[in-house]
Structures are given as C-alpha cells and as structure tokens.
Design a protein around this ligand. Sequence first.
Ligand SMILES: Nc1nc2c(ncn2[C@@H]2O[C@H](COP(=O)(O)OP(=O)(O)OP(=O)(O)O)[C@@H](O)[C@H]2O)c(=O)[nH]1
Ligand SMILES: [Mg+2]
Length: 209
Amino acid sequence: MASATSSVPSASVPGPDAPHLPDTARDLVKILITGPFGVGKTTLIDSVSEIRPLHTEERLTEASAQVDDLEGVREKTTTTVAIDFGRISLPHGIVLYLFGTPGQERFRPLWDDIAYGALGALVLVDSRRVDASFDVLGLVEESGLPYAVAFNVFPDAPRQHSEEQLRRALDLEAGTPMVACDARERNSSVDALLALVQHLIDRDRPESR
Ligand SMILES: Nc1nc2c(ncn2[C@@H]2O[C@H](COP(=O)(O)OP(=O)(O)OP(=O)(O)O)[C@@H](O)[C@H]2O)c(=O)[nH]1
Ligand SMILES: [Mg+2]
C-alpha cells in the first residue's frame, strides 16, 4: 500500500449496494474489527459495508445473563457468536475486507483464526468501561498487529476524560491513532478506518522502519 488516504473526505467513499469490486481495486487488505462485548463491532461493519454484511448473531438468553454484562447496552438482544464480515472500497484502490470478532471471552478460541492474515486491527473501546478493553488490547498486542483505537461515543459516556487520560488508561504508545467514533454513523466509522489505514501506510514507509 503506497498511497496516502489523508484528507480523503469520508463522504467520498462509495456507499452501500456496491456488490462488485471496482476496476480500480488494487490493494485488498484484511482488517480485524475487534473489541469487548457490546462495544459496537457489528454495528460498525453494518454501517460501512458496501456489500450485504455477513453476521452470525444469536439471541441473548437468560442463560448468559450472569456472564454477559449488559451495563450500558440494556437494549441489546443479540450477540455475535462467530464472525462479522463486510467490505469497503476506499480511494486510491484500497479495498478493506472487514472481519469482526465476537466480544466474549468464551469465543476466544476463534480469535486467532479470524485474525489470521490481517494487516491491522481497529479496536473499539467504550469510554464508559475502558477496563473491558484491556483483554482485547492485550490480544492484539500479543499478535503483533498494528492497530488504531476508536472510542465509541455512547450518549451517557463521561465527558470529563481528556484524550490524554484515555490514552494513559489504555497505555497506548504515542504513535497509536485514537479517534472518537459513533459506530452507527457511516462517515464516523469510515473516518476511524481511514485513521487505521493511514497508520498502516505510515508504518510501511521506508523512513519509519
Ligand atoms: N450510542 C451508540 N450506540 C451504539 C454505538 N455502537 C453500537 N451501539 C449500540 O450498542 C449496541 C451493541 O452493538 P453491537 O454492534 O451489537 O456490539 P458488538 O460489539 O458487535 O457486540 P458483541 O458482538 O455482542 O460483542 C447496539 O444496540 C448498538 O445500536 C455507538 O457508537 N453509539
Ligand atoms: Mg457483534
């Protein structure tokens, strides 16, 4: 991937209902969308995908009531039990294949297979419960995948945290991109993906090696 995506307005990215790869497609890239339970992974893939996304949602039942913490996402009725999949074409011929992981620890055995071959990860974090992201961030770092963090903005999220505080809480390196994101909003989600792609491109430059 040699082209820069900086200053690409997210609104210029093709919308949904574009099932065929554009002729200009050049760099086909697998990206992992990950994060803890209920943070908005499925929602983000839904909001950006130009093909009908693949989901593996199952209803949350009483059996999981003691294990799946619905604090902050009370209206949630389903959960991803295997994978989400979507695709988005960006400018400069870059096409992202988005692979979403499940959020719960009990699906951990699937994680490595879903992550296999990915070039980078977008880690979603809920600023109301930052500590819920520690395990996933640990996994991503262990895997060596470059990543960007997208803070999902929920309406009752505390406003008092500065970017610096959030970075410190997550122990992020200075070069790791961190953006605010509303996974329900296409442009916002595309911007988060563009931040990740730019990060991957910057790391790929000879002078950064
Ligand atoms: N306000 C707000 N709500 C969101 C956002 N992202 C997701 N939601 C809501 O949060 C709930 C959980 O979203 P999901 O997309 O199912 O979360 P997930 O990370 O895929 O969940 P699991 O697969 O179960 O781990 C849904 O009710 C979404 O509508 C966001 O950015 N802002
Ligand atoms: Mg999901």
